[in-house]
Design a protein around this ligand. Structure first.
Ligand SMILES: [Zn+2]
Length: 153
């Protein structure tokens, strides 16, 4: 402990009863007052240091908490985005599948219509052939009749 001599103003160590510089007596009350003031200042400094550390710790904890919350939020957002992308992809695949089915059924309908058209054309051709054969037959019969009745014209 260091106290100050009230007479010469210099520092005195080890709490002597007399100043080691000017040899003036150091009153017990004065020594007690100075030591108490020093203790008060020390305690004040300790409390300030404690408060400063507390503020620092709280600030650090707040930063960590906010970083954690931000990371959580980002993870949540990423999950949401991922789920949305999965949903969109599923929807696109579903649409593609439906489009393929529609195209398939349209192709089937078209093929059926074409097959029916071919059948119809063949039927018409068959009827036409039949008609021509009938005509030819009648024409031949007429020719025969005409030649049998020849001369009697
Ligand atoms: Zn002194």
């Amino acid at each position: 402990m260091i106290i100050r001599c009230l007479n010469c103003g210099r520092d005195i160590v080890n709490n002597p009863d007399y100043c080691e510089h000017c040899h003036s007596p150091i009153m017990k009350e004065e020594r007690y007052r100075q030591l108490r003031a020093q203790a008060f200042i020390r305690k004040q400094a300790q409390q300030e240091e404690k408060y400063r550390m507390k503020v620092e710790r709280e600030a650090k904890e707040r930063v960590e908490r906010e970083a954690k919350e931000k990371a959580n939020q980002e993870a949540k957002e990423a999950k949401k985005t991922e789920a949305l992308e999965r949903l969109v992809k599923k929807h696109i695949l579903e649409e593609e599948r439906r489009a393929r089915e529609v195209a398939d059924s349209e192709a089937k309908v078209k093929a059926k219509r074409e097959a029916e058209e071919v059948k119809r054309v063949k039927k018409v051709e068959r009827l036409a052939r039949k008609y021509i054969q009938k005509e030819e037959k009648e024409s031949i019969n007429n020719n025969i009749k005409r030649s049998l009745n020849g001369g009697k014209k």
